[in-house]
Design a protein around this ligand. Structure first.
Ligand SMILES: [Zn+2]
Length: 87
């Protein structure tokens, strides 16, 4: 099965769709962008106070400027952007 991005790319390759569905493609592009995880700017990483000093959570900033916490969500609660907290 195609990913949403692959489906959008396939639609963009069809001249009829590209020429007649400009607004719909822009909406689809927005959804694909929101669903494609971005790495938030990491502001702080909080670790356990004792051994083994495991990472508890990261505090970051989404592209929209909202503060986000890895312990709480993989999506920005403000704009819905998917977030990738991996290194
Ligand atoms: Zn956001």
């Amino acid at each position: 099965m195609k990913t949403p991005k692959e489906a959008l790319d396939a639609l963009n390759e069809r001249d009829f769709v590209k020429d007649n569905c400009i607004e719909e493609l822009a909406i689809f592009q927005l959804l694909v962008d929101k669903a494609t995880p971005i790495k938030p700017e990491i502001l702080k990483a909080c670790f356990q106070q004792e051994e083994p000093y495991k990472l508890l959570y990261k505090k970051g900033r989404c592209n929209c400027g909202s503060t986000v916490w890895s312990a709480h969500n993989n999506f920005c609660p403000k704009c819905g952007q998917a977030l990738d907290w991996e290194k």
